[in-house]
Design a protein around this ligand. Structure first.
Ligand code: GLN
Length: 275
């Protein structure tokens, strides 16, 4: 008879991953698994674990197998239609929160919302804010909507290309985690990224196509002095600041993630941008 402890050990997966899959297969939390490590799992649970472990050994991301990933302390549904929310994107959320007063009805736009992790987190933590989120992919929007519902927040969702659905609208803050990996980047052939939607990752030959479009178009959708903040690649901060400066944004700057890598850049719309 195989015990729970043996099942995990024999799975050939890193202990943390084996545990996450076992929690799901047995429908029990970590503490239960530890307390019951010497018991045998039921046949159905053992089979469910084996099937998930097999998928994982073939490279499929844990987040897609479980259909969930935690971001900023909240659980989000994820599917292969969207990028898996990443810890470095929490920096973007923090910078946005710093600019959103708790007591004002700020209009906030999230471009390329994917799972909705950024927009839904901001809506949860700033209940007064009015969130709008767009994505070009309808399947992503369906998921983002479900995530908003799951966390009890109301977000206006639009299907469209950046500002395509937002003619004439202006915001107090625009955030985005756009595709920013360069075409052919070897990193695209590694690990979880292989299973993620290319359209959510790749931003043209130098990775900056989407950032260029957003920086160029956002001016017309920001209120005077409002911030545009976006995530980018580890080596793109100088180019991003140059793009912001060339378009007349004030206070163009970059911020490091927890690994010390400049990961988010932004600037403020010119105060005379309403013409
Ligand atoms: N940081 C991600 C990666 O390197 C890319 C995310 C994105 O393109 N927005 O895989």
């Amino acid at each position: 008879m195989t015990t729970i402890a043996q099942l995990l050990a024999q799975s050939d997966l890193p202990p943390l991953e084996a545990r996450m899959l076992a929690e799901r297969a047995l429908g029990k939390p970590r503490a239960w698994l530890i307390a019951h490590a010497d018991e045998t799992p039921g046949a159905a649970a053992e089979q469910a674990f084996a099937a998930m472990a097999d998928r994982r050994r073939q490279g499929e991301p844990i987040a897609y197998i479980l259909g969930e990933r935690e971001f900023y302390g909240l659980d989000f549904g994820v599917t292969p239609a969207v990028l898996i929310p990443r810890p470095e994107t929490e920096l973007l959320v923090e910078l946005a929160l710093e600019r959103l007063p708790a007591d004002a009805a700020a209009r906030v736009l999230d471009l390329g919302t994917g799972s909705g992790a950024i927009a839904v987190t901001l809506a949860r933590l700033r209940p007064q804010a009015r969130l709008t989120a767009v994505d070009v992919d309808y399947a992503a929007l369906t998921l983002a909507r479900a995530n908003a519902k799951r966390h009890g927040v109301s977000v206006r969702f639009f299907c469209g290309d950046w500002f395509g659905a937002l003619a004439g609208e202006r915001f107090d803050l625009i955030v985005s985690n756009p595709p920013y990996v360069a075409e052919g980047d070897p990193h695209l052939a590694l690990g979880d990224v292989r299973f993620e939607p290319q359209r959510a990752l790749v931003g043209g030959a130098d990775g900056l196509d989407c950032i260029r479009a957003i920086v160029a178009q956002a001016q017309a959708h920001l209120l005077p002095g409002a911030w545009l903040l976006f995530e980018h690649g580890y080596d793109q901060a100088p180019s991003c600041r140059a793009l912001l400066e060339a378009r007349g944004y004030a206070e163009a700057q970059s911020w490091p993630d927890l690994a010390g890598i400049p990961r988010v850049s932004g600037g403020r719309a010119a105060v005379n941008n309403l013409k």
